[in-house]
Design a protein around this ligand. Sequence first.
Ligand SMILES: *[C@@H]1O[C@H](CO)[C@@H](O)[C@H](O)[C@H]1NC(C)=O
Ligand SMILES: *[C@@H]1O[C@H](CO)[C@@H](O)[C@H](O)[C@H]1NC(C)=O
Ligand SMILES: *[C@@H]1O[C@H](CO)[C@@H](O)[C@H](O)[C@H]1NC(C)=O
Ligand SMILES: *[C@@H]1O[C@H](CO)[C@@H](O)[C@H](O)[C@H]1NC(C)=O
Ligand SMILES: *[C@@H]1O[C@H](CO)[C@@H](O)[C@H](O)[C@H]1NC(C)=O
Ligand SMILES: *[C@@H]1O[C@H](CO)[C@@H](O)[C@H](O)[C@H]1NC(C)=O
Ligand SMILES: *[C@@H]1O[C@H](CO)[C@@H](O)[C@H](O)[C@H]1NC(C)=O
Ligand SMILES: *[C@@H]1O[C@H](CO)[C@@H](O)[C@H](O)[C@H]1NC(C)=O
Ligand SMILES: [Cu+2]
Length: 633
Amino acid sequence: MLAAALLHVRVAYSQPAMAVRRRSCCLLLLLACSSCFQGATGIYDAAISQCQQLAPSPSLEKFVDKLPRPKVIRISNAKQITIGAFKIQQKLHRDLPPTTLYAYGTNSDTASYPGPRIEVIQNVPSNIRWENHITDGKHMLANDESLMWANPQSGGIPIVTHLHGAEVHSSSDGHPDAWFTAGGSHGSTYTTQNYTYPNAQPATMLWYHDHAFGITRLNVLAGLAGLYIIRSKEDPPAWMPTGKFEVQLVVQDKQFFFNGSINFPNVGDSPALHPQWCPEYFGDTVLVNGKAWPYLEVKPQMYRFRILNAANARVFELSMDNLSFTQIGTDQELLEKPQSLKTLTIAPGERVDCIVDFSTAANSEVILRNDGQAPYPEGDPAFSPESTRSVMKFIISKANSSTQTQAAPVPATLREPQSLVSSQNAKEWRRNFMFEMDDSEGNPMSSLLSNLTWMDPVTETPHQGAIEVWEFINLTPDAHPMHIHLVHFRMLSQQEFNLTLWREGACQLNDSSCFLGAPSPALAHQVGPKDTILAMPNYVTRVVMQWTAHNGGAFGFDVSSGPGYLWHCHILDHEDNDMMRPIRVVADVVRPSAMVSMGARRQLSAGLPGDESANLSHVWARITPECWVSVLV
Ligand SMILES: *[C@@H]1O[C@H](CO)[C@@H](O)[C@H](O)[C@H]1NC(C)=O
Ligand SMILES: *[C@@H]1O[C@H](CO)[C@@H](O)[C@H](O)[C@H]1NC(C)=O
Ligand SMILES: *[C@@H]1O[C@H](CO)[C@@H](O)[C@H](O)[C@H]1NC(C)=O
Ligand SMILES: *[C@@H]1O[C@H](CO)[C@@H](O)[C@H](O)[C@H]1NC(C)=O
Ligand SMILES: *[C@@H]1O[C@H](CO)[C@@H](O)[C@H](O)[C@H]1NC(C)=O
Ligand SMILES: *[C@@H]1O[C@H](CO)[C@@H](O)[C@H](O)[C@H]1NC(C)=O
Ligand SMILES: *[C@@H]1O[C@H](CO)[C@@H](O)[C@H](O)[C@H]1NC(C)=O
Ligand SMILES: *[C@@H]1O[C@H](CO)[C@@H](O)[C@H](O)[C@H]1NC(C)=O
Ligand SMILES: [Cu+2]
């Protein structure tokens, strides 16, 4: 597939000197493919990539709009509700003309960006019929048709909704090829638009968003995203701030034209191959709940914030002067113990549940700041103008006797300790190489997982019940938030390696010779359970999961039927080209025998002495050396 695509590169091109080259390394695959470029003729005629030089948004005054609280749809029984995708206009800032968006809602008048917040009750299945009412013939954002994509032959905007983090049958998972248009075209795995969500998992905040093949980055940026909260009898617990003291924050970045339209590049970095695709979309305007740099008036007391990074590519590093966050939950569940943090690092797709106590900041204003570099972590100044350094503002009212004791302090233990899945019992140890394919100018042409595309035959075929360790071996200069559908996992460790040495062929990644030190265990707030994890460059990031339902038992549905599941990078621009792979769960149950004892669990949370994966000798014995690794070096 990729080789074929490369053969279509007919012209060499030179970019104007002004186009900053942010990649200094990573000609990983080019060596193998250099012959493709040798027959090149002609010079690409000076198309300037817009990836790094979009015209700046109009200058907008910050903190002039109140933080919106999206409408809530509460579902408490199996009665089907219908949510459609509509083309709408919405004001995203006081001084910005209305923006054309694609948005979810029960009808075109109520559709909004972000979409309505859906609240369901644990163990009460919800039935949602997803509809497509977007009648545009072509996408309002530049669609790169040289990528593999949904491509409805009769036009229209393909959509398909994925509930991120849900334990759900694959026919309701929003499989990328299960897309459909308003005109009735649909993809190869489409069977129904009537989705059923069992909601048989711990109380948490999930999110729903578009997942259509090859255009997810366009549809999500256009507005197709919303929150989905599972409540249980125990959630929220009595001590926790609730009602208006529980605030959900959907954070995204976008760039705008003066007329309010979204400014999205239509000339890519490597236009000879992909005329429009850019490696990552970064906007200069930060939006929360659909307003640019909003403010929220709060009382000097505790609040619960549930934060989602719904950006295409930007990793946020959030902080507040003089105030800290008490993280109480991750993507999938409450943490066992709260963690006090000055900074929250949230990658696309991740959620953080946290408490902020404003009582020490009465009668003041606090800015929620962002110090994340883009691309993360190294950064290019072009993508992080000053405007991206602030997110929103909190205006804290005066202290007043009736507001002092609204909520009790955060308890030292948030939930019962759980037995953890141990990597010692792993049936499979999957080594996933992540790399970027660059052109002769050092510009990325695509990002790949283990040199395979979405269309290549499935290689991840876990058995139901099996414990597996997955390594994300990041050979690119950027961090990638890796998301696995269906299951939750916990991070074991991350370990740095010497990329230079490995590229020289002087060491192996299957023994200790490339590593620069021992594995560092996951920090307490990274342990999870999670569904998305940020894999840092030059690191091997290890996670362990068991292919069971959340309660450790069998899934309440046939995991082996339907179109199947997938795993992918949650940088949407990577996912679309082509950092996404299928998963096929095999029905034969492997006896879930392997849970660590409570004693071991306690030892683990006490600083993970000798992280389980530190001694890998028992594992390497099982790994078949992949021949392509040696091709690479
Ligand atoms: C989906 O739901 C709609 C609306 O309730 C119903 O008319 C239709 O028959 C359902 N389709 C399937 C395949 O269940
Ligand atoms: C908004 O402005 C941009 C840039 O000038 C233009 O390309 C686009 O067509 C305009 N959109 C609308 C809806 O007028
Ligand atoms: C932080 O706290 C210190 C000491 O109380 C104070 O002097 C400073 O102004 C505060 N900074 C901000 C940004 O509120
Ligand atoms: C104190 O707070 C309560 C609740 O927010 C408010 O109704 C009341 O007006 C406040 N009193 C003063 C003196 O600010
Ligand atoms: C990595 O390997 C290169 C090449 O051998 C060496 O020059 C460099 O010092 C190594 N880096 C580290 C951090 O060990
Ligand atoms: C790692 O495990 C192997 C086999 O179980 C054992 O022989 C070896 O001593 C261990 N190494 C360390 C450093 O614990
Ligand atoms: C590591 O891989 C190389 C080739 O890829 C192989 O020669 C070597 O035996 C492997 N080492 C281990 C410990 O498996
Ligand atoms: C990657 O896959 C392509 C297409 O299958 C193949 O031609 C190429 O040799 C592979 N590259 C490496 C480094 O293994
Ligand atoms: Cu990525």
